[in-house]
Design a binder for this molecule. Structure first.
Ligand code: ZN
Length: 267
């Protein structure tokens, strides 16, 4: 199932996306749900809307946190001249950095060097702490696409990552949450990032150093994860600059494409 959060006649709504590729009777529609499926059991309302006629929003606004993972692909660590860490490098992005599909990434005046980082994102489905590797699948609600936008100049000059990765708009998520993938399927997904239609990153989640179960075990070992928390699993090689006026798209096979323009902060 693909769960979308969207604006329907001015109200925030949730629904199951029905794509033409599913060969369903209602291609490119959303079957509306009565509530947020991350908050508890839901039912179909019976209403259907056309996907093309609603505005998709970030599929989740984490109540507490977005947890990022640094240097989780050896080829990306190497391109920045970094060694591969033994245990995952963890950072937090504020939930106020989250935006949805088509919303603008805003370059703040403090930075002259924005980078894209296309990533697979894991959405947590239940409250959990110290999750053993073999139970990781039980706490996953689904997967979505993320762009871990980074002010690389500030990440370097600050000598820690909070500001460089935490500005408002620096965490595009979407277009929806796919809840049907197994751990094995999630461990073999193509990630492609394009800027203005030109391919810049082309990787596969099979090249992660620490896989999704390992990340969940490690992260939940230090902090309680809540429903709606998001884990960004790291980016493959090919990171590079985003300039004002660019349009960046991240695609993960089977999950869809997340596209955002880049604008300057006014004033
Ligand atoms: Zn990243």
């Amino acid at each position: 199932m693909r769960i979308a959060r969207f604006s329907n006649a001015g109200e925030i709504a949730f629904g199951a996306v029905e794509l033409a590729e599913d060969n369903g009777p209602n291609p490119q529609t959303i079957a509306v749900l009565n509530a947020d499926p991350l908050a508890g059991p839901v039912k179909y309302t019976g209403e259907r809307v056309m996907l093309s006629e609603v505005r998709l929003l970030a599929p989740v606004i984490p109540r507490s946190k977005v947890v990022g993972v640094g240097r989780n692909y050896a080829d990306h660590a190497a391109e920045l001249g970094n060694s591969v860490p033994k245990s995952p490098v963890i950072f937090l992005k504020p939930n106020t950095s989250v935006i949805g599909p088509s919303e603008a990434i805003v370059r703040p005046p403090e930075s002259d060097l924005l980078h894209y980082e296309g990533e697979l994102a894991v959405v947590i489905g239940r409250i959990c702490r110290r999750v053993p590797l073999e139970r990781a699948a039980e706490v996953i609600f689904g997967y979505t696409v993320a762009n871990d936008v980074t002010a690389r100049d500030l990440q370097t000059s600050d000598e820690q990552w909070t500001r460089g990765k935490g500005f408002d708009t620096f965490c595009p998520l979407g277009p929806w949450i796919a809840t049907h993938l197994t751990l094995d399927e999630a461990a073999d997904l193509d990630i492609v990032t394009t800027v203005n239609g030109e391919v810049r990153q082309s990787g596969n989640t099979s090249a992660m150093i620490h896989g999704v179960p390992e990340l969940i075990a490690h992260i939940s070992g230090f902090t309680t994860l809540l429903p709606g928390d998001v884990i960004l699993t790291g980016t493959p090689a090919g990171i590079g600059e985003l300039r004002v006026g660019d349009e960046v798209s991240v695609s993960v096979s089977g999950l869809g494409m997340l596209t955002n323009p880049v604008i300057d902060q006014e004033g």
